[in-house]
Design a protein around this ligand. Structure first.
Ligand code: NDP
Length: 485
């Protein structure tokens, strides 16, 4: 059992109120940690520490801060197995996935931004009689608020560029998955990162998270989470003119044309649908298949879904673990009941039965991957974000119809298109209202590229230059009489 503290000014501390929250393993439903239930006064202390550290951190060169990022990457890499085990326990995801995705990407986020930072050159714009020089400075103290699905992966995706650009940090992970953020705090403590540069506050969103949003000295908020929470973030922070990055929910489409390589399209669609129990914001939960191959696709898809091995997250061979919590299980199950009421036909899953381990005494937030046919693409199950192992299948007869169906969503985060005609793949993708589209692949990431959504999926982009721009302020200095030499 872990006792987790807030990390403020280089020390682990309880909430000033002394209140705590329990953290559960969703596979065993046992308490694995207690965390501080922080309030405004804890955020105040963290902001004071961050402010004291701000100048010293900002005065380091970009190269020195990039070196810090590399040090953190090295230290996290040594803890790969610990990160994977901790993440698997806290989220119920398979250990193999936690190693391959969560632990690996948490390291590469730091390494990538270190290297990317070193490649930066100062921008200048020469005029006939003057030289414009663009200076970058840190924003100051920034608030980073992250969800439970990819806890350390998404936190480090923000921490690395924020540190690189000279900011100090107040981070708040989801209270459901606090453990790897704690591990990151332990790591920066061991490395003796200057005190106050990285601060971590645990607690509930509406309490600790809200206090971060409301604090006038936190100058930017980078938020990843649900669309409804995003609205609260925007409503609170925008009137204070804080910089805002909002990475929100999705209801992504997987589009399969008749000329696609069927085997790889099926495998890709299964992966896009059920990776991390369908709890990746990029998951494809609406699957549109060209009528000509609909039956053939459906049979093969269901066969592949039924072959997914669900069970003990710590078992090396497990392919799908639990959903995040018993409460979330009930939410996903309510959508399965709704699908039936809406006239849907359950082709696979729909129950808690396991193919392997079922948790001690049948406990654990396990749900079989669920495939629903026969629903309209405008039904609630096909339009609302479920964020679990449940997908709907739909057929289309023309490219135009497919596009209209895909774009009918209020969300616009990601999608994948499967076709052997690459020219069509690119043309069709460019017409999807979405921030990210993959052709003949899914979740194939180059960290230099823009990442983010349109419509209700968010505002702004992360990744490469976009992250550096968010975490810095630009000052253009126009020097009359300078010829740039
Ligand atoms: P939530 O929106 O519930 O929570 C996200 C974070 O915000 C958590 O740390 C939460 O804290 C915190 N929070 C909640 N209320 C407030 C508040 N009033 N003020 C400040 N912070 C608050 O999302 P989930 O954790 O449920 O994550 C799932 C959602 O995240 C899905 O909609 C998914 O699509 C989206 N997501 C988007 C991604 C993207 O890149 N676009 C990537 C991954 C997920 P706490 O949990 O402690 O209450």
């Amino acid at each position: 059992m872990h006792a987790v503290g807030n990390f403020i000014d280089g020390s682990f501390l309880p909430a000033q109120s002394g209140k705590t929250l329990n953290d559960f393993d969703p596979a065993t439903e046992k308490i694995v940690a207690t965390i501080p239930r922080s309030q405004t006064e804890d955020v105040e202390s963290a902001v004071a520490a961050a402010h004291s550290a701000q100048e010293g951190w900002a005065n380091l060169t970009l190269e020195q801060r990039a070196n810090w990022l590399d040090k953190i990457a090295d230290a996290l890499e040594e803890k790969t197995e610990q990160i994977a085990q901790t993440e698997s326990m806290d989220t119920g995801k398979p250990i193999s996935l936690a190693r391959r995705v969560d632990a690996a990407r948490s390291v590469s986020n730091f390494r990538f931004f270190a290297e990317f930072g070193r490649q930066q050159t100062q921008q200048t714009f020469q005029m006939e009689d003057a030289l414009n020089v663009v200076h970058r400075s840190p924003v100051g103290t920034v608030g980073l608020i992250t969800p439970w699905n990819l806890p350390l992966y998404l936190l480090t995706w923000k921490v690395a560029p924020a540190l690189l650009m000279g900011n100090t940090i107040i981070a708040k992970p989801s209270e459901i998955t606090p453990l790897t953020a704690h591990l990151l705090a332990e790591t920066v403590l061991e490395l003796e990162l200057p005190k106050g540069v990285f601060n971590l506050i645990h607690g509930l969103g509406p309490e600790a998270g809200q206090a971060i949003l409301e604090h006038p000295d936190i100058k930017a908020i980078s938020f990843t989470g649900g669309t409804e929470t995003g609205r609260i973030v925007a409503r609170t922070a925008a009137p204070m003119f804080k910089k805002l990055s909002l990475e929100l929910g999705g209801k992504n489409a997987t589009v399969i044309f008749a000329d696609a390589d069927l085997q790889s399209a099926v495998e890709g669609a299964v992966r896009a649908a059920f990776t991390n129990s369908g709890q990746v914001c990029l998951c494809g939960s609406r699957i549109f298949v060209e009528e000509k191959i609909f039956k053939q696709f459906k049979d093969l898809f269901v066969e592949n879904v039924n072959a997914i091995k669900i069970g003990n997250p710590m078992d090396e061979t497990t392919e799908m673990g639990t959903v995040i919590s018993p409460e979330h299980l009930l939410k996903v199950e309510s959508y399965i009941r709704l699908a039936e009421q809406e006239g849907g036909v359950i082709l696979a899953g729909g129950t808690r039965e396991m193919t392997g381990y079922n948790g001690p005494d049948g406990v654990g937030a396990f749900l079989r991957p669920t495939v629903v046919d026969n629903l309209s693409y405008t039904s609630r199950c096909a339009t609302e974000e479920i964020f679990g192992p449940m997908v709907t299948l739909h057929s289309f007869t023309s490219e135009q119809e497919a596009l209209q169906m895909v774009n009918s969503s209020e969300y616009g985060l990601a999608g994948s298109v499967w076709t052997s005609n690459l020219e069509r793949g690119e043309r069709f993708s460019s017409q999807i209202d979405s921030g990210i589209v993959w052709v003949n692949t899914w979740l194939h990431r180059d960290l230099r590229t823009p990442f983010g959504g349109v419509k209700n999926s968010g505002v702004g982009r992360e990744g490469g230059q976009w992250s550096l721009d968010f975490f810095s302020e630009l000052t253009n200095i126009c020097i009359k009489g300078s010829n740039g030499n």
